[in-house]
Write a protein that binds this ligand. Structure first.
Ligand SMILES: *[C@@H]1O[C@H](CO)[C@@H](O)[C@H](O)[C@H]1NC(C)=O
Ligand SMILES: *[C@@H]1O[C@H](CO)[C@@H](O)[C@H](O)[C@H]1NC(C)=O
Ligand SMILES: *[C@@H]1O[C@H](CO)[C@@H](O)[C@H](O)[C@H]1NC(C)=O
Ligand SMILES: *[C@@H]1O[C@H](CO)[C@@H](O)[C@H](O)[C@H]1NC(C)=O
Ligand SMILES: [Zn+2]
Length: 400
């Protein structure tokens, strides 16, 4: 009896399952993969922050989530760090992508989440993903202006344009390079993050055109005119590294080669890229990734920016000059200052490892590299060529 009724129950369950199969198709559709989910549409702030937290725990072997501050309305300013040793100080360069500093330019929100998902899914089998994760600490900030995004504001909630809110180093206007204390909380958080560790290179993501824009953004005169930094050759190379791989930039009729000097396009003051270049020696460019603000399909953005994003991060950090400065015998790391040619940019070695990273365009003509160790009153110059392979030039200096 028990046996018979057990059979009947089983048959019944099978029939129900079959009924479910025939009329409930969606029940059996595979759920979206995380990569498909971040490409399906735009997340609001709640969903974005939740996804970043979930990502950091799902990909915890290569990811770490950090809150670097809060927006005016108290939203967390979150940064994902990707590396094979996330959260640890290592002899490796730091790089950051910052998106959505203008609330009405959200493309980079989903784009940076997509980059994170791709790295998590592709490491270590994909060679590019492996070079990035093993070679650097990659930081991704999908939104610098969460309040502006929610309110559909270009500025932050106090109506301040965050890309005019950094201490203005070009015209100076009496402000210099240090914080005035009047910056918006979003600006302060990002400034403090740039000051917290040596960032070799960076880019920030916007919409309104297709172009890679490089410093200076300002001119002392205030007129629209090309204002090159002393590292113009390297900045042009870095902007081309991005633009030449981007279908819309590379084919631009408005901007030859898809690149422009900021001040030659239109001068701005208090922008992020001029400030990081002059204050922390971080080589940063500004990317305009879509022409009509707020309309970029995440899948198209990813298709167009995947190669530019990965290659720019690699070339800017590992494709230039890098090395270390140590004491003979003990090999103790030394605090040194590295300068190149006539450039005023000073690259410093880290206290802990004595390592340094200095973006430089490839060149067969040698650069004159000066290494100074102030504590020992020691200076030496080296002729260094930077290969066209992307592998960079290595300069390991042993000081007597
Ligand atoms: C944010 O998006 C989620 C998921 O789509 C939705 O459930 C939630 O209601 C949204 N929150 C707000 C404040 O719009
Ligand atoms: C520029 O456009 C041409 C023609 O559409 C295309 O073949 C080429 O790949 C584009 N350039 C880049 C870098 O994608
Ligand atoms: C540093 O070295 C230079 C050149 O060798 C020398 O002229 C100078 O006196 C030294 N300064 C100190 C503080 O030792
Ligand atoms: C670098 O090369 C130039 C030109 O060949 C030479 O004059 C100079 O002495 C070299 N400097 C160093 C430090 O090797
Ligand atoms: Zn913008």
């Amino acid at each position: 009896m028990g046996h018979t009724s057990g059979c009947a129950l089983l048959l019944c369950a099978l029939l129900l399952a079959c009924a479910g199969l025939s009329d409930g198709r969606q029940l059996y559709q595979a759920p979206l993969t995380p990569l498909q989910k971040v490409q399906a549409g735009y997340f609001n702030n709640t969903a974005l922050f939740a996804h970043m937290r979930e990502f950091a725990s799902r990909c915890s072997s290569i990811a770490r989530l950090t809150q670097i501050g809060k927006s005016v309305k108290g939203e967390p300013l979150l940064v994902l760090e990707l590396s094979n040793k996330p959260g640890q100080e290592e002899a490796k360069p730091n790089f950051i992508y910052i998106a959505n500093m203008h609330g009405t330019e959200p493309g980079g929100r989903q784009l940076l989440l997509t980059l994170a998902e791709w790295l998590c899914a592709s490491y270590p089998k994909d060679a590019t993903a492996q070079r990035i994760i093993d070679g650097m600490h990659l930081y991704l900030m999908p939104t610098m202006n969460p309040d502006g995004y929610t309110e559909d504001l270009y500025e932050n909630i106090n109506f301040v344009n965050l890309n005019r809110d950094f201490p203005d180093p070009v015209q100076r206007k009496g402000k210099g390079l240090t914080a005035s204390g009047k910056e918006q909380p979003e600006t302060t958080a990002v400034m403090n993050f740039f000051l917290s560790r040596p960032f070799t290179a960076a880019a920030n993501m916007h919409e309104g055109a297709f172009v890679a824009n490089y410093p200076y953004d300002g001119t002392p005169s205030g007129n629209t005119a090309y204002n090159p930094t002393p590292d113009d050759g390297t900045f042009r190379f870095l902007a081309r590294t991005y633009a030449s791989r981007h279908v819309m930039m590379a084919n631009s009729t408005e901007f030859p080669g898809g690149i422009t000097n900021g001040a030659a396009w239109y001068p701005i003051y208090g922008g992020m890229q001029d400030w990081t270049y002059l204050s922390t020696g971080t080589f940063q460019i500004t990317l305009e990734l879509w022409d009509i603000k707020g309309t970029a399909p995440p899948r198209t953005l990813w298709a167009q920016n995947r190669a530019p994003m990965t290659q720019y991060a690699l070339w800017s950090t590992l494709g230039g000059l890098r090395g270390s400065v140590r004491r003979r015998g003990t090999l103790a790391p030394l605090e040194a200052r590295i300068t190149v040619g006539a450039s005023s940019t000073v690259t410093r070695t880290t206290k802990r490892f004595g390592d340094f990273y200095r973006p430089l365009a490839p060149s067969n003509t040698p650069y004159l590299v000066r290494v100074a160790v102030p504590a020992l009153n020691w200076t030496q110059s080296f002729n260094v060529t930077v290969p066209y392979t992307g592998r960079g030039a290595l300069l390991n200096v042993i000081v007597p």
